[in-house]
Structure formats: structure tokens, C-alpha cells
Design a protein around this ligand. Structure first.
Ligand code: ATP
Ligand code: MG
Length: 733
């Protein structure tokens, strides 16, 4: 029997309470992992509403993922009731910008129906630009160019800025590609992810009255994971907050792991410069993890030099020690992880949903997946090919995009090349259509519509082609008309039928094609959520959602399954049991990051983020060899492991005793380890060996003894030891 306000403040400690109740003016919360930053943010929003200081729609909560936003809304729902929770503007920077641009983008030449392009679309545009310029995509990597464009946008540089700053031919090319690229986007009434931010900042800069509207509406701003915001995001925040200055940002500089996406650690320092009167709150108590895990994390991050020292402690009861798993190769690593998962679940120590397997790069998930499948353990992989990136889904989305935004010629082109709508329309016709459209200042889809209405002279094409184009235009016109009358899912059915996509996949006998059909059916079920309004209103909302979902948003947290995800995707999450695999030199830290101290520090932060996702049990595994790029490579344990305090790690733990006693067969697979018969290998000086507890080493000396060998081994991590070969269970590599 608590009052509403008590319920909001009850689960908070004194420092957290200050962060929640300091509602007026700028507030900066800098605090370590698991200290309740996200919790503070949620309770703050609840407090603002509960105390009557703000109405729900006056509050913005910016999160790093849509999933985090959804969770905040859910927790708010619990504290305040769902109705209020729905009215709070909670979402990512991108969704916030979409919202602004849909309403006011027309001021800067953006129609409300604009399309949002994903990375695949962006790459297609860059390639198109290169083709136009007569440049070879083999020589000028589209991906690298895209990275350059993204940086330019983040620095608010226009194509001509880039041109005038160019210092090499490559810069020159980047500037010219950028110019074309921007024209294409404008012509298609499309924006990429960077544009969402950039154009919003532009809008606010050029139209102070628009900015004033939002400043007036959104009275209280909160930003989570502030350490990973980029310059544009910070600028946006500053613009929105510049009137009332009720801005609360929470973050942890030690968890900044997105510098490759232009996240800028300077934002925290600048915040204090821009808001010198900001209340700075530090939270030091970790509520998430066991003391062992907190100690390990603290010892690891301490090694970084570019950081501000701060305390992190916990009063949680101790848990099991951190376990190191030394493995032969990734197959054995996967076996060990999965058999441990199996053991934990069988012994009632965890449910599948409590368990996460984290890794540095997506490719590492494969061996674990295979092992999970063998044991029939349910799992989900986050990342990989996103649902919305699948071919059939993109085809269907292209169809819908063209209906909503006929200027979107990139999508039209996809529709024509991938569906029956393109029958009888070749690449050449398409090109002519585009050129003709350009002269008329309209898109190819507009051209088709004009052709139907016979308002324009047809371009100089064969009569049959023109007829075919008119037919196609007719189809589009009919579908667009249907948009006004039918809900989105019905329109979807219609579009799939008319375009031949339905027939192609539904009636296929090939199982992979059938699977594509099932995906389309799944897409339809998402669309149904927008069925309460006609498609003309529902579709744009749906397309926006489809464009903005990130890999992590697709995570299913309700079922009972193991979750596999990258360290980057794991930010902000927590699991009772965490396996962090591939803790090896070259992988974590990644080989790419060995060039500079700054990059190495970011890798260490990544390791830190991984460790701090665990609540109770943490396993760190590494292999002595790994298949990379088709080659079997030798690996060494990551030197990050050297920083773990020995007293929180269980050496020679149960799992590592299960290291194979014989070298794996040439195939590389260690097989079921327990069953292999112990074989004592003959040892020679200079040989590389592996010991279940001491790990990798090499033989320094051998002394023959009656029927046995006394070997001296220099271990990489445990110094020199002399052992009896028959007992030492050494494995020769
Ligand atoms: P990260 O830096 O990893 O994002 P965070 O600082 O955002 O972490 P939260 O996720 O908010 O931390 O909190 C970590 C865990 O501790 C959550 O399970 C949360 O519910 C719990 N927690 C936070 N504060 C308290 C508290 N005062 N009492 C009990 N549990 C708490
Ligand atoms: Mg958090």
C-alpha cells in the first residue's frame, strides 16, 4: 500500500534519488555499469509525471535502441499505467528525428512520405554514382566511400566543403560521389540514417520557429548511453534543450564503444563546458553483478590510461568464481560452452533465457550454433542477416515504398528487376525512363503515372514498350487508389498478388523458397498491427518501423532460449550467465585495433562491457587455434586476461580439465573429449604444448627417466614448471 510517488522512489538509493528528483536544469550522471543509470532514467520520467511537474507528452527519453525504449515504456507502464507511458516520446535519436521531419521536413524540401534508406540501399546509390562518374567500384570501395560520406555528414560538411578540403585524388572522388549521392537522395525523396540527424539539425538551424515549437513542447529531455552519442546527436540535444535547459544525460565513458560510428567521448567534456552549472551525479554501487565480476571489470578497465578514475563496488553476495575455458579450437570451445549450458540448466542453476554467449565478431556464432543444434538447445542469434534485410522482404518493402513514395526510384528499380511488374521492361528502357523523368523533373514512377493519365508525350520508345509501361503505370495507380480504402495488410495481399511475388514464393516446391513465403507471411502479421487505419496512413508508419529496427530490436526476450550476440549489441543488457568466447589476441583485441593506443583502449572497453553484462556467472574462453579466413591460425590468449585478479578466477576449473588429452585429428575437431584414451606423447625440447591448467607453453628441456620423461615447460601465462610427462597430461600441438 504505497502511494504513487513512494512507488517511484522506493527502489532507489540516496544518490539515485537525487538523480531522479533533480528535475530542473542540466544534470549529468556519470557512473559505471550496473549502477542503475537506466533505472534512474526510467524512474525520473515516472517522477516527472507522478509529481505533476510534466505531462507525459512533454517528456523525451532517448535510448540507444528501440528495444531499450520499449522496455522503458513497459516499466513506466508498471509505475504509471500504460496510457501515460504511451504518450512519453521514448525512442532512439533516429525515431525522434523521423517524427520531427515527417511533420516539418517540408520546410527544407522533404515531403512527409520520404523513404528511409538502409545500408544496402546506400551502397546501391554509391555504386550508381561511381558508374555515372565512370569510376571502377573495384578501385574505389563503395563501403569505404560510404564511411567517408558518413563522417562528412557527421561533421556537417557539404559535398562542396569536401571538394575544397580534398587533399588527394581519393578525397576528390569522395566529394564527387557525395554530390551525386545527395542529388539521388533528394530526387528520390529519401534520406539515409545520417541525414535523419543532419537534416533535423539543419531544419532547426534554419527555422527557429520550428525549433521553438519543439522546445516548447518537449520540456524535459533525458538521454541514455550518452557516451556513445555523436556530434550531430549532441547538437540536436543542445538545440532542443537550449530554452528550458531541463536536460539529463546518463552515461559511462568507460563503456564508449562506438567511435567507429563517430561517437565522440568529447561530448561528455563538452556537456560540462556548455552547461557549467550542471549537477554532476556519480553512482558507484553496482547492483547487477557479484563482487568477483565487479572486481574483474574494475581491474581490466583500470589499465586504460585515458579515463577518469572512479569507484565501483557492490554489496551483492559473492557468486561462483569466473571461469577460464582453455580450448583447442572453436569447435571444442563451442562444445565446452554448450555442455556447460546444458549442465547449468539440468542442475537447475539457470534457464536458457538467462544465458548469453557474447563474441567480438558475428562469424564466431557459427560453431556455437552448430553445437547448440546438435544438443537441441533453443537459441536466437542477434545480428546476422536481419529479417528486414532478407531478399524477399526487401522486395516486398520496395513495392510498398513505391506506393507510398513514387519518387523512390531506387525501390521502383528493385520492383522492376525482382517482380513480374518488370516483365518486358529492360535495363535500357529503365534508363530512358529515368532520363526522361529527369528532364521532366520527376521520378520514373511519376513518369509512369503521367503516362497513364496521358498527360505527357511518351518518350521515344517502341510502341509495345510504351504499352507495357502504361500497363505498369495502371497497376501502380490502382494500388495507390486501393491504399486509401484498404487497411495495410489487405493492400499488401493485393500488391503481392499483382506483382507475382505471391505466386512465385507461395507455390514454390523448393523449401528455401517456401521459407521465403513464410517470411512474407510473417511480414504481413507485422503489418496487421497498422490495420486500424487505411493503408495510406498505416503504411508510412509501418515502413518507418521497418527501416528503424536494428538487430537488437528483433531480439525475442520472452521465449526460453539462449541468446547469441556481439559485444557491441550487448550494450545496456544483462544476463545471469555470460559466456564471452574467443578472448584471444587478434580477436579481442581485434587485430585491426593494434595500431594505436586509443584503439586498443576501445577494445579493452569492449571487453569491459562484455564482463559487466554478467550478473552471476561469467565464463571466458579462448582457443589455441582458430579457423580464420579459411586458414587455421594459431592463437594466443588475449593479454587482457592478464589483468584479471587471480583471486576471482578459478584456474584449472572443471571445464578446463576436460581439455583434450590427445591432439585433435587433422580435421581439427576435438570430438567428445572425455572418451579419448590418455596417450602420453614423447616430448622434445622446442615443442609447443598445452596443459589443462597452465595453458600454452613450450618445452624447454627434457630429461629421460626410467620409462618416463621429466619435462621443463615455459608457460606463456604461468612461468616455468617442471612436470612428469606421464602425469602432466600435456598435449603436443
Ligand atoms: P549499464 O551501464 O550496463 O547500462 P546501468 O547503469 O544502466 O548499466 P541498470 O541497467 O539501470 O544499470 O541497472 C542494473 C541492474 O541493477 C538492473 O537489474 C536494475 O534493476 C538493478 N538496480 C539498479 N538500481 C537498483 C536499486 N537501487 N536497487 C535494486 N536494484 C537496482
Ligand atoms: Mg544502462
Amino acid at each position: 500500500p504505497f502511494s504513487g510517488m513512494e512507488r517511484i522512489l522506493i527502489g532507489l538509493d540516496a544518490d539515485q534519488c537525487v538523480a531522479v528528483t533533480t528535475t530542473e536544469g542540466p544534470v549529468l550522471v556519470v557512473a559505471g555499469p550496473g549502477s542503475g543509470k537506466t533505472r534512474v532514467l526510467t524512474h525520473r520520467v515516472a517522477y516527472l509525471i507522478g509529481s505533476g511537474r510534466a505531462r507525459p507528452w512533454q517528456i523525451v527519453a532517448v535510448t540507444f535502441t528501440n528495444k531499450a525504449a520499449r522496455e522503458i515504456r513497459e516499466r513506466l507502464g508498471g509505475l504509471l499505467g500504460t496510457e501515460s507511458a504511451q504518450l512519453v516520446q521514448a525512442g532512439t535519436f533516429h525515431s525522434l528525428c523521423v517524427r520531427i521531419l515527417r511533420r516539418d521536413g517540408y520546410r527544407i524540401g522533404l515531403e512527409p512520405a520520404f523513404t528511409i534508406y538502409d545500408e544496402e540501399d546506400q551502397l546501391a546509390l554509391v555504386k550508381q554514382a561511381l558508374r555515372d562518374l565512370g569510376l571502377d567500384p573495384q578501385r574505389f570501395s563503395p563501403r569505404m566511400l560510404l564511411g567517408r560520406l558518413s563522417r562528412a555528414k557527421n561533421d556537417q560538411h557539404s559535398p562542396s566543403d569536401l571538394q575544397s578540403m580534398a587533399q588527394s585524388y581519393w578525397d576528390e572522388v569522395a566529394a564527387r560521389v557525395y554530390e551525386r549521392y545527395a542529388q539521388y537522395l533528394q530526387r528520390a525523396q529519401a534520406v539515409d540514417f545520417d541525414d535523419l540527424l543532419l537534416r533535423t539539425v539543419e531544419l532547426f538551424t534554419e527555422y527557429p520557429d520550428v525549433l521553438a515549437h519543439y522546445q516548447d513542447r518537449w520540456r524535459y529531455l533525458q538521454v541514455d548511453e550518452y557516451q556513445d552519442t555523436n556530434r550531430l546527436q549532441y547538437q540536436l540535444v543542445r538545440q532542443l534543450a537550449s530554452g528550458h535547459r531541463n536536460l539529463c544525460v546518463v552515461g559511462d565513458p568507460d563503456q564508449s564503444i562506438y567511435s567507429w560510428r563517430q561517437a565522440d567521448i568529447r561530448n561528455i567534456l563538452e556537456f560540462q563546458r556548455d552547461f557549467p552549472d550542471a549537477t554532476v551525479i556519480r553512482l558507484g554501487r553496482n547492483y547487477r553483478s557479484t563482487p568477483q565480476i565487479v572486481a574483474a571489470a574494475d581491474a581490466v578497465i583500470r589499465v586504460n590510461r585515458q579515463r577518469i578514475e572512479r569507484p565501483l563496488w557492490t554489496e551483492n553476495p559473492p557468486g561462483p568464481p569466473i571461469r577460464l575455458l582453455a580450448c583447442w579450437d572453436e569447435q571444442q570451445e563451442a562444445e565446452m560452452v554448450v555442455s556447460e549450458i546444458d549442465r547449468l540448466v539440468r542442475t537447475g542453476n539457470a534457464r536458457y533465457r538467462d544465458i548469453a554467449v557474447l563474441y567480438r565478431i558475428n562469424a564466431q556464432s557459427r560453431s556455437v550454433e552448430e553445437a547448440l543444434v546438435r544438443r537441441q538447445i533453443p537459441y536466437q542469434v542477434i545480428g546476422g542477416v536481419r529479417f528486414y534485410e532478407r531478399k524477399e522482404i526487401k522486395d516486398a518493402l520496395a513495392l510498398l515504398r513505391v506506393l507510398v513514395n513514387p519518387r523512390d526510384w531506387l525501390s521502383l528499380r528493385r520492383v522492376l528487376s525482382e517482380t513480374a511488374f518488370g516483365r518486358g521492361i529492360g535495363e535500357k528502357t529503365l534508363l530512358q525512363l529515368e532520363q526522361w523523368g529527369q528532364r521532366q523533373q520527376c521520378s520514373p514512377a511519376d513518369v509512369l503515372l503521367l503516362l497513364v493519365e496521358e498527360r505527357e508525350e511518351a518518350p521515344a520508345l517502341a510502341a509495345a514498350t510504351v504499352r507495357r509501361l502504361r500497363e505498369l503505370g495502371g497497376e501502380l495507380v490502382r494500388l495507390r487508389a486501393a491504399m486509401v480504402e484498404h487497411p495495410a495488410s489487405q493492400l499488401f495481399d493485393l500488391a503481392l498478388e499483382r506483382s507475382g511475388l505471391a505466386a512465385r514464393y507461395r507455390d514454390a516446391s523448393d523449401p528455401t523458397e517456401r521459407e521465403r513465403w513464410e517470411n512474407l507471411v510473417q511480414l504481413r502479421s507485422v503489418l496487421e498491427r497498422y490495420d486500424t487505419v487505411p493503408a495510406a496512413e498505416g503504411l508510412p508508419l509501418f515502413l518507418e518501423e521497418a527501416a528503424l529496427v536494428a538487430a537488437i530490436d528483433e531480439a525475442e526476450m520472452s521465449g526460453d532460449q539462449v541468446t547469441l550476440l556481439t559485444l557491441h549489441a550487448a550494450k545496456g543488457l544483462e544476463f545471469p550467465v555470460v559466456f564471452l568466447i574467443g578472448v584471444e589476441e587478434g580477436l579481442l583485441p581485434h587485430a585491426r585495433a593494434l595500431e594505436s593506443e586509443a584503439e586498443l583502449e576501445e577494445e579493452r572497453r569492449l571487453f569491459y562491457v562484455g564482463i559487466t553484462r554478467a550478473k552471476e556467472r561469467l565464463y571466458l574462453s579462448y582457443c589455441s587455434s582458430r579457423n580464420r579466413f579459411g586458414l587455421r591460425e594459431r592463437c594466443l590468449p588475449s593479454h587482457f586476461l592478464d589483468d584479471l585478479p587471480p583471486d576471482v578466477v578459478e584456474a584449472g576449473s572443471r571445464a578446463s580439465e576436460r581439455v583434450p588429452r590427445v591432439a585433435p585429428p587433422a580435421g581439427g575437431h576435438a570430438g567428445p573429449v572425455e572418451s579419448s584414451a590418455p596417450v602420453v606423447p614423447r616430448l622434445r625440447a622446442g615443442q609447443r604444448v598445452f596443459h589443462p591448467a597452465f595453458g600454452d607453453g613450450f618445452v624447454v628441456a627434457v630429461r629421460e627417466q626410467a620409462g618416463d620423461q621429466e619435462v621443463t615447460v615455459q608457460f606463456k601465462r604461468h612461468g616455468t614448471k617442471t612436470l612428469l610427462a606421464s602425469l602432466a597430461k600435456l598435449v603436443v600441438e
